[in-house]
Write a protein of this length. Structure first.
Length: 120
């Protein structure tokens, strides 16, 4: 079985960055659920998910994001996605995620997007 890791970094501007690594599937989706639930429990609703080191995502992994987005947005936050490989982006694109989520090239772009949203 392939491994999966979620590393959490909290920035000084109140944005939480989750860095995904490995294979996100039905066996590892609980790790991502736990990380997102921790953000919600800590009232950290501005979340950036970095996919740079993610090698694989299954429908179970995709479902985790759908399971949390409503809670996050109801609390004035959002989940922004960054640094996807072409292969990972293709999976998200096929399912229409770009219409639901901001998918950006870098974490800095995501942080800037949060700053722009606050100004509006």
């Amino acid at each position: 079985m392939n491994g999966f890791e979620v590393a959490q970094h909290n920035s000084e501007d109140g944005i939480t960055i989750l860095r995904l690594k490995g294979f996100l599937d039905a066996h590892t989706a609980g790790d991502l659920e736990a990380a997102l639930q921790k953000c919600i429990d800590e009232k950290k609703f501005r979340i950036v998910v970095n996919f740079e080191e993610l090698n694989y995502i299954s429908s179970a992994g995709l479902g985790v994001f759908m399971g949390f987005i409503e809670d996050v947005r109801e609390n004035g936050g959002d989940i922004k996605m960054t640094s996807m490989t072409e292969k990972i982006f293709h999976v998200f694109d096929l399912l229409g995620f770009p219409a639901l989520y901001d998918i950006l090239k870098t974490d800095d772009e995501a942080v800037e997007r949060f700053a722009q949203t606050e100004k509006e």
